[in-house]
Design a protein around this ligand. Structure first.
Ligand SMILES: C[S@@+](CC[C@H](N)C(=O)[O-])C[C@H]1O[C@@H](n2cnc3c(N)ncnc32)[C@H](O)[C@@H]1O
Length: 229
């Protein structure tokens, strides 16, 4: 019988095969992954790149959700939604000013849109989409630059597919950033479309699922230990 040991039951044995640790940066094919708590980041220099063409991020949607992810990652720490999302937005503004997508639940949708505006960003679109094929949530497209429009309506599409449509319909996207990579839907999608993925994630076991997937696709793994930024 499977037991819950440090998240193994939840996330399988990918981490046993690919034991990425905090402070390490793994290059898998042309993609770069790191275990990082985004609230503690002041820079994304460990990626070896300072600008990304777009971000697509599905972050926790409220304080309870954040803290359940900390618990699943094996941490006692607590974080509060407003400061968490502000840090995320500041990193996006600095490193991916052009085109960005964030998924959000209804509770904090207006807060997030107001925050983007306060940070001198522009919300170009808000679509009502779905998760788990039935529950409503929202997809917000925003920019801290001069955004071009896209002629695509995401309304009603499940969030299993929205990253793919976003990457396909945006122009001139080579690099894609996700600061809450999880098990790697954005990362898998980016790879399948020939784009280069850069991802951070709090939970090493969740991130290892993406490394496992890349490995199954035949990508070569290179690890390096980096100092923290
Ligand atoms: C809704 S899930 C993302 C799902 C993801 N799209 C996937 O394919 O699995 C949110 C993710 O944010 C991560 N997360 C939560 N707090 C974080 C933090 N402070 N820094 C980085 N990642 C964090 C969680 O561990 C979780 O994997």
């Amino acid at each position: 019988m499977k037991t819950f040991e440090d998240g193994k039951w939840l996330y399988g044995d990918s981490w046993e095969k690919f034991p990425i640790e905090d402070g390490q940066v793994w290059r898998v094919g042309k993609n770069t992954l790191a275990v990082k708590d985004l609230t503690e980041l002041n820079s994304l220099e460990f990626f070896g790149q300072n600008a990304f063409d777009m971000s697509y991020i599905d972050p926790p949607w409220n304080t309870g959700n954040i803290n359940s992810f900390y618990t699943k990652a094996g941490f006692q720490d607590k974080r509060e939604f407003n400061s968490f999302i502000e840090k995320l937005m500041l990193l996006v503004k600095t490193y991916s000013p052009k085109i960005n997508y964030v998924e959000m639940g209804s509770q904090n949708l207006d807060y997030v849109k107001d925050l983007i505006t306060q940070l001198n960003g522009i919300v170009t679109n808000t679509w009502k989409i779905k998760y788990y094929h039935k529950n409503p949530c929202f997809l917000v497209r925003y920019s801290f630059d001069s955004p071009t429009k896209i002629d695509f309506d995401f309304t009603g599409i499940d969030d299993d597919f929205t990253p793919r449509f976003a990457m396909q319909y945006e122009k001139n996207i080579n690099s894609v950033l996700d600061l809450c990579t999880g098990r790697g839907l954005t990362g898998r999608t980016a790879h399948s479309l020939g784009k280069t993925f850069y991802g951070t994630e709090l939970n090493k076991r969740r991130l290892a699922c993406l490394i496992d997937y890349y490995h199954q696709q035949g990508l070569i793994i290179n690890k390096s230990t980096q100092r923290d930024y």
